[in-house]
Design a protein around this ligand. Structure first.
Ligand SMILES: CC(=O)NCCS(=O)(=O)O
Length: 349
């Protein structure tokens, strides 16, 4: 039996799963989202260059990806530090930090934040979406990619001794590229070796999550120990959602706090409101999936920090939980979603 077995691996070392408490399963504390810059609407170029003023807060919420400055979350470690202290005060215990290679993972910063705030931080191994893969990454075999992920978990990543505790977020688009498929297979192989949790960023198409599951399964992945992220912007039809849920992954609603009219990466998508997200959670609970739901905010731009007028990492604990209780999700079920499900997922087999 591996020494990881029965434990959760944080950036400060192994912990007993009971120590985690309430856990956001998909956040970023330091990263760059420059890879996904989207040009501003015509006429808004001047605002986009200098958006951090009170009168532009609404513009930023509607166009978060159209300001280069807004994509540099890695510049805000001091604010994130304060917001993690607020998260603890609001009852939070742990955060899964999903930044992988390609979007500027910074493990020393994560270790410092964990030390200074007392929040358990679990770091992610592996690779983000295709456009961030380097030439080296594209040339690697599945075995080589898998060896790297295993090493990031067992020995440390980015030339540090800081160890990752999950594989992911593994980035995929739609259609899934050859390089992304290779990374997915490698993640499945590493998961088989390690018995570790995996988390996936699917492409923006309702068929994408199931296609990822198919590739992982074919490569021997453990779907019951895998989180499918971003379902709030991916699967809308309740019938299709139940079909996907049957495949057995954790179902993650992780864009709480993000409300926008035009989702620039797929204009066909109507980004749901938080009320609609809660309604979908209540639906899944009613259908018997209370043991498979996990939630988070996926903060990946500056404007979502409290410092810039955003909701911060405590929004779910402060605002969404009361709403869940109002919508027939019991306290026991809320505790499953925030404590038990993340704990089971994060514990190494
Ligand atoms: C960092 C990240 O991948 N966030 C997801 C953004 S998306 O618009 O839901 O794909």
């Amino acid at each position: 039996m591996s020494k990881l077995s029965g434990k959760v691996q944080t950036v400060l070392g192994l912990v007993d799963p009971e120590q985690l408490g309430r856990t956001m399963t998909h956040e970023h504390l330091t990263m760059s989202f420059e890879c996904c810059y989207f040009p501003p609407p015509p006429g808004d170029e001047a605002v986009a260059v200098d958006p951090f003023h009170m009168q532009h807060m609404h513009w930023l919420r509607q166009n978060p990806y159209s300001s280069h400055e807004n994509l540099l979350l890695q510049q805000e470690t001091a604010a994130v530090h304060d917001e993690l202290l607020a998260y603890r005060k609001a009852g939070g215990g742990a955060i899964v930090e999903n930044t992988t290679a390609g979007i500027e993972r910074d493990l020393p910063a994560l270790r410092q934040l964990a030390k200074d705030t007392g929040v358990h931080i679990i770091a992610g191994a592996g690779y983000y979406v295709d456009c961030t893969h380097t030439e080296d990454t594209r040339k690697m075999s599945v075995e080589k990619l898998s060896d790297i992920m295993v090493s990031e978990v067992l020995h440390g990543a980015d030339n540090t001794d800081i160890r990752c505790g999950v594989i992911g977020e593994i980035g995929t688009g739609w259609p899934i590229t050859e390089s992304e498929a290779r990374v997915l297979r490698a993640a499945a192989h590493a998961q088989t070796k390690l018995g570790c949790p995996v988390i996936i960023h699917p492409g923006r198409n309702p068929a994408a999550p199931a296609e990822v599951v198919r590739i992982l399964q074919e490569a021997g992945g453990d779907i019951g120990k895998t989180v499918m992220s971003h379902l709030d912007r991916t699967i809308f039809d309740h019938g299709e959602l139940l079909e996907f849920a049957k495949l057995g992954s954790y179902l993650e609603y992780d864009l709480f706090g993000m409300e926008m009219l035009n989702y620039p990466y797929n204009l066909v998508v109507d980004m749901p409101s938080d009320s609609q997200r809660v309604k979908t959670l209540a639906f899944l609970v009613k259908e018997g999936y209370e043991d498979k739901i996990v939630i988070a905010h996926d903060i990946h731009t500056k404007n979502r920090l409290v410092k810039f007028g955003g909701h911060g990492y405590s929004h779910i604990l402060k605002n969404i939980v009361p709403k869940m209780l109002l919508r027939d999700i019991s306290q026991h079920q809320v505790d499953k979603i925030l404590i038990d499900n993340p704990k089971h997922w994060l514990t190494f087999k």
